[in-house]
Design a binder for this molecule. Structure first.
Ligand SMILES: Nc1ncnc2c1ncn2[C@@H]1O[C@H](COP(=O)(O)OP(=O)(O)OP(=O)(O)O)[C@@H](O)[C@H]1O
Ligand SMILES: [Mg+2]
Length: 455
């Protein structure tokens, strides 16, 4: 059963139940109110009759005595303790058929009898010595009330019928409001699945201020993110294959050169071997970087421990100084600073930033480390060629290099900063580059401080 039919049936059923309940309530409320009034009048009449002294002498009981109190559509009778009717007057044809029963207490009855709505009250007749000598019974046919109630029932039946007829129609429109957007969403999802392209929901869906609008907006956000991921993935595959293809092409052309001429000519042989070697090193570096990137992305969840960052900066700077033979000036604000992190990854991050500073400058490189509120701030500064401001936002993209030809000379693959960004994000920190062309570049990394103590 479709959602729409289910909602329609359910809402229809509920409306019907509510209407039936209210109709029942109205019927019984009105019936009670109207009969209460009649009962009160009958009790008053009984009181008046009992004030008559003749009533208290059984010898005087007769129709004549009661006749003066008779009103249209009513009955008055006196029942003796043996159950016999001793006197009776009636202005109605039906009421005398009601069986006479002797009782010793007050009694009221309202019922549908012989197709008539009737009301009877019974009042004991008590003599001076407090002994009950008979029972006064007053009856009344509630014809007017019955006619009114009939009208009421007819009215209520018409209302219930109309509700029965119209509730599916109301349900139809009201479920349309709810089900239509869900159908639209389903259609869009099906199209995305069958055609494989990303489709957004129309603004007509997403601009609504209710929960459905919220659903639409969340769906669109999700699709946009998937689209962006897909675009980046395609971009990455294209870039990676291009980067891998270039050294392989060089290797291929040198090996064919070797096969044709290299065997005889030692100069060509040497040149080819050098080129093949350097391209293989480049290729290996590229694959290493790709693996590192994949590794960082794969272990998006890592355990963070308190790391003595001052020690780590000093030891890494020393290693880089030895490897490149370049001066690195380290300035630490406080020796005790600790950040929450993964030591191996943080070292990788420092190497990436120092490597860039060394590669793209010729003067001294500076590293600073300070505390700023809840963060440890590390700055790696160089006085090198700098980066054009328009390129700054793109540097964290994988394979992005400012001047491809120039970077190629320095052997960069354009993956360093992409890996750096992943590492920083893994530590819930941030990274930014500030640069002025011809003056130098500063890489600033902010990492959350650790509240625990390192061992
Ligand atoms: N300190 C810097 N000074 C000048 N340019 C820089 C600096 N750091 C990065 N760049 C520029 O940003 C580009 C991207 O840097 P990234 O570290 O991601 O790649 P790479 O250094 O080219 O290669 P890899 O680090 O993977 O060996 C570099 O190619 C370079 O053009
Ligand atoms: Mg680099």
């Amino acid at each position: 059963m479709s959602l729409r039919t289910r909602l329609m049936l359910l809402s229809g059923l509920w409306i019907l139940l509510i209407v039936i309940f209210f109709n029942w309530f109205i019927y019984y409320y009105i019936l009670k109110k109207t009969t209460d009034n009649e009962v009160r009048q009958l009790w008053n009449k009984a009181k008046i009759i009992l004030r008559d002294t003749e009533i208290h002498h059984p010898a005087n009981w007769s129709s004549g005595l009661l006749q003066q109190y008779l009103e249209p559509d009513s009955l008055i009778r006196i029942i003796a303790p043996d159950g016999a009717v001793r006197a009776q007057v009636s202005a109605s044809e039906e009421l005398p058929a009601h069986p006479a029963t002797y009782r010793t207490q007050y009694h009221t009855v309202v019922q549908n009898e012989l197709g008539l709505l009737i009301l009877f009250i019974q009042v004991p007749i008590v003599a001076k010595n407090n002994v009950q000598i008979g029972l006064l019974e007053l009856g009344k046919g509630l014809n007017v009330v019955a006619a009114f109630m009939e009208l009421l029932v007819a009215g209520l039946t018409v209302t219930t019928g109309s509700v029965l007829l119209f509730s599916p129609l109301v349900g139809f429109f009201y479920t349309k409001v709810l089900v239509h957007p869900i159908r639209q969403l389903l259609e869009t999802m099906r199209t995305i699945r069958s055609k494989g392209n990303f489709i957004l929901l129309s603004p007509q869906f997403t601009t609504k201020k209710d929960e459905l609008g919220e659903l639409g907006r969340t769906f669109n956000e999700m699709i946009m993110r998937l689209q962006e991921n897909d675009r980046r993935q395609k971009h990455f595959v294209a870039d990676a294959s291009h980067e891998l293809k270039t050294p392989l092409t060089v290797i291929e052309s040198y090996t064919s050169l070797l096969r044709r001429w290299g065997g005889q000519d030692p100069a060509i042989r040497q040149e080819a071997l050098n080129a093949i070697h350097s391209e293989t090193v480049r290729l290996k570096g590229l694959i290493d970087a790709l693996l590192r990137l994949a590794e960082v992305e794969r272990h998006a969840q890592t355990e963070l421990h308190p790391v003595r960052i001052a020690e780590l900066i000093r030891s890494t700077a020393e290693q880089m100084r030895q490897a490149f033979g370049r001066d690195i000036v380290v300035r630490i604000g406080s020796e005790e600073i600790q950040c929450s992190g993964d030591e191996a990854r943080l070292k990788q991050l420092l190497i990436i930033l120092l490597d860039n500073a060394i590669k793209y400058s010729r003067k001294n490189v500076f590293v600073e480390c300070d505390e700023e509120e809840r963060y440890v701030v590390i700055r790696v500064m160089d006085q090198g060629m700098g980066i054009p401001s328009g390129e700054l936002p793109l540097l964290f993209e994988r394979f992005y290099r400012v001047d491809k030809a120039r970077s190629r000379g320095t052997g960069g693959s354009g993956l360093g900063l992409a890996i750096a960004k992943q590492i920083v994000e893994l530590h819930q920190g941030s990274i930014r580059l500030d640069s002025e062309e011809g003056k130098g570049t500063t890489a600033t990394v902010k990492l959350p401080k650790s509240s625990l103590t390192a061992f």
